[in-house]
Design a protein around this ligand. Structure first.
Ligand code: BGC
Length: 830
């Protein structure tokens, strides 16, 4: 038996995270047994065992919360022992280390005054090389810490993006290896970010969390002779950095040779939000890519093609004479063979380097770009592509899912969805990474959450997003803003409450429950669900009480091409989603044993259901709102009194249109509600509008609109055309859940017992799907062979599959490998 993936709050060996209410999880593999019969958890401080569950049959590998009273800045070891039902046993150990928790800081907030993009600096001596050292630190806008000239860690864009007025995320770095006996130097580079910069598509709007750049830090270096503690204070100095300008949308301007000014750091009042240990995994350069080719465009431009729409930046070798200005501009598309940034709106998305003549590596610090193409200006010709490296930046999340099929276009679609997730999971799930937006739009996150949890282990990532959402909800009586974190458009006041967007408060927690099965997460997020449900319940005029986006970007109003809200009635959507969120709240309350809340939520759900049926179904059960999305929602939420009638209507609407017309809210569930044959037809269709139309036009990520580009590869005239917008990538949940057949079940979440109901199709030929579930690896495969249709499933330890084969056979499949061969012509296979 082998035990792996030991995690606390879904983080491996966390250092300095918020670990209140720690939940422990692990994965068992390589066992002769099929399930855990009993287990034991022990937590140690040094050699003292401070908590022992004893040998128990009730410890859940998906999440066991222990009532620990943790001390700040303390490393704990923990050990898990598991016994299988056949008597074999395994043991593994890991650690977690707390951050500052509630403890007072030695350091104080300091700033370089009015100066922007400066470096805060402190020199100090150590009598000996420390045995261990930590820095607790944060800074606003964004910061990077260097110790004796080396980066303190490989994290970027620290401290991350969140509702800074409610809490400021603190990072903890292990810097022992960077300190030395004698003279040492700490440098905190400050820059841009969103705390005082523009962060909204409305040119004048920005966050106003903190009017100046600032930082707070506390170094603790321990050696045999004792502990050295150094906090930020007025003994620190500031100096100008080579960064002349820095902002998220416009990028950066560097002038390395410029004259340095310096002065004494000033103590400053703290930003509004209190300091709290972080919740989410770091943002890092997770991958590097070399350019695919260098292009000379018809306009005579020199353009690097990265071969992939990616998010991050370029690192490049500078060799340019002093005084030369090098400029890089980042764009997603070539139009008529030439560089284009037509879809970036007001974002400049550039990097400028005014050379001091020294050859070195250059890269931006406090911005990111969404791009495939880079326009180079000022570089010596011929440019050597080898001098450039694409740095792919993303929250560090394990990629848990993969699908390969016998269909090339489909494989590219799967890749595109993953790339759009990589590009938009930067501490916050953002709508897009390139134009003047890049915000945590709740609707986009909600429709994509299911897919996201197949693709990557998102438990801790979404935990932080939901924590920020909760902070925002508390400011707004339970209402959910359009974007989380929210602070923009102060001049216009609060903006939120949109149907399908605000419902992220209920949908995301439930999705995490389905995929990860950890009650601790659900318990933490139940307040989000409840508060949102009550906000909606208190607003009978919800459809008119705020701005709604409806079935955003649907194609069912061809007569009004500029209209972005689809044709499905907003009142219909409001009733559907009010019902859906109330239902999810009721389920969550039942799981957590809150009967009063469950009863309240069920009652509300019942009211919405009858209102919807009364207003939108004829006495004969005919749906009166005749759009594809209306049918899909009514079917998926089981609101249609006569589902077969509604399904027929859906098929008719699809047939009449010849294609899908759904927007953000209808698309995620469309294929699941269509008969298999029709679902595959839409999936594999290559003409506009469809997923593979994008692929056919060379897309390497998911587009915002079905027609973001026209056939000639130029941006359509619709405006608002991100080429890296994951919402329509929500189709991948269908690929995992239906084509490959792997679906979590609400009664047995976390894949404890899951559905395996693959839907093979000859046009796809074969599929190989891998999913690293919280219980271990699940593999689902099917393939058309000469002898028949072969299917196989591998079920991990502690899990079982409720299988339904294409021939209608049902079975319960336990851990291990299962193979089936069905004769060609099996009913249900077509
Ligand atoms: C964003 C979306 C978002 C929408 C809301 C857009 O500007 O990019 O993805 O959900 O606004 O209407």
């Amino acid at each position: 038996m082998q035990i792996s993936h030991l995690s606390v709050n879904h983080l491996r060996s966390p250092l300095g995270y918020d670990l209140r209410e720690p939940s422990f999880s692990w994965i068992v593999g390589e066992s002769v047994s099929e399930r855990q019969e009993k287990a034991r958890l022990q937590v140690f401080l040094g050699s003292d065992c401070i908590y022992d569950t004893g040998i128990s049959a009730s410890l859940d590998s998906l999440g066991t919360e222990l009532p620990l009273r943790l001390q700040p800045r303390t490393r704990y070891r923990w050990q898990v022992t598991v016994w299988g039902e056949k008597g074999d046993c395994g043991e593994a150990e890991s650690f977690f280390e707390t951050g500052k928790m509630e403890e007072a800081w030695v350091g104080q907030w300091i700033s370089p005054g009015e100066r922007r993009n400066a470096v805060l600096e402190k020199r100090f001596t150590l009598a000996e090389v420390p045995e261990s050292a930590r820095i607790y630190i944060t800074g606003l806008g964004l910061y990077r810490l260097f110790v004796n000239g080396s980066p303190a860690s490989d994290e970027v864009l620290t401290p991350g993006l969140n509702a800074y007025d409610r809490w400021v995320q603190v990072q903890t770095f292990d810097v022992g290896r960077l300190l030395q006996k004698g003279e040492n130097k700490l440098e905190i580079w400050l820059g841009g970010g969103i705390s005082r910069g523009r962060f909204s598509f409305t040119a004048s709007d920005g966050y106003e969390y903190c009017p100046y750049d600032c930082a707070i830090a506390e170094l603790r270096a321990v050696s045999a002779g004792g502990e050295t503690v150094i906090g930020t204070d007025e003994s620190w100095r500031w100096r100008t950095s080579p960064i002349v300008e820095s902002s998220i949308y416009n990028g950066e301007v560097w002038e390395p040779g410029r004259e340095t000014e310096s002065g004494e750091a000033l103590a400053c009042s703290p930003p509004v939000g209190p300091l709290r240990d972080r919740l989410s995994p770091p943002v890092k350069v997770v991958m590097e890519r070399k350019p695919l080719r260098l292009i000379r465009t018809p306009r005579g431009e020199t353009v690097l093609d990265m071969g992939q729409n990616m998010v991050g930046w370029l690192r490049f070798r500078v060799h340019a004479p002093r005084g030369r200005t090098l400029k890089l501009q980042f764009g997603e598309q070539l139009e008529n063979g030439c560089f284009s940034r037509a879809n970036l709106r007001t974002a400049q998305a550039a990097f400028t380097w005014r050379s001091d003549g020294v050859s070195r590596l250059a890269e931006p610090f406090f911005t990111w770009y969404g791009f495939r193409y880079v326009l180079l200006e000022g570089f010596d010709e011929p440019v050597d592509p080898e001098d450039f490296t694409g740095c792919v930046v993303c929250s560090e999340l394990e990629e848990t899912g993969s699908i390969t099929t016998g269909h090339k276009g489909l494989n590219r679609l799967v890749e595109n969805v993953l790339w759009s997730q990589r590009g938009n999971f930067l501490d916050v799930p953002t709508d897009c990474p390139q134009r003047d937006e890049r915000e945590g739009w709740t609707g986009d996150a909600q429709v994509f959450a299911d897919t996201a949890c197949y693709n990557m282990d998102c438990a801790s990532f979404f935990t932080k997003y939901m924590a920020d959402m909760w902070e925002e909800q508390q400011k707004a009586d339970g209402c959910v803003p359009y974007v989380v974190p929210f602070a923009r458009n102060r001049s216009r006041g609060f903006e939120g409450g949109a149907v399908g967007w605000g419902d992220a408060a209920a949908v995301i927690p439930w999705t995490l429950w389905l995929h990860y099965g950890d009650k601790t997460l659900l318990k933490r997020q139940l307040p989000n669900m409840q508060a949102w449900m009550e906000w909606v319940a208190a607003r009978p005029d919800w459809p008119t009480a705020c701005r709604h986006f409806g079935d955003w970007l649907a194609l069912d109003r061809p007569e009004e091409p500029a209209e972005r809200v689809g044709k499905t009635d907003v009142s219909f959507l409001c009733l559907c989603y009010a019902y859906y969120s109330a239902e999810l709240s009721a389920h969550a309350a039942l799981v957590l044993g809150d009967r009063t809340l469950a009863h309240r939520a069920q009652t509300l759900a019942g009211v919405y259901q009858s209102r919807l049926r009364e207003a939108y179904f004829s006495p004969k059960g005919e749906l009166l709102c005749q759009t594809q999305t209306a049918c899909v929602l009514a079917l998926h939420l089981r609101l249609a009194p006569d589902p077969e009638k509604t399904r027929k209507l859906l098929c008719r609407l699809v047939r009449e249109a010849g294609h899908l017309t759904t927007g953000f809210l209808g698309t995620p569930w469309l294929l699941a509600e269509l008969p298999k044959e029709e679902a595959y037809r839409l999936l594999l269709r290559e003409e506009y509008p469809s997923w593979l139309y994008e692929v056919k036009l060379g897309a390497t990520t998911i587009w915002e609109r079905w027609n973001s580009l026209t056939e000639d590869g130029c941006f359509s005239e619709t405006g608002m055309n991100s080429l890296n917008h994951y919402a329509y990538g929500s189709v991948a949940a269908w690929l995992y859940g239906y084509m490959c057949g792997l679906r979590p079940l609400a009664e047995t979440p976390g894949f404890r017992r899951f559905r395996w109901e693959p839907q093979p199709d000859t046009r796809v030929g074969f599929i190989q799907c891998r999913l690293r579930s919280p219980l271990g690896e699940i593999r689902s495969e099917w393939r058309y062979e000469e002898t028949g249709l072969s299917l196989s499933l591998s079920v991990p330890f502690g899990s079982e599959a409720q299988a339904r084969l294409p021939d209608g056979r049902e079975a319960l499949l336990g851990p291990g490998e299962h193979r089936f061969l069905l004769p060609i012509g099996t009913p249900g296979k077509e």
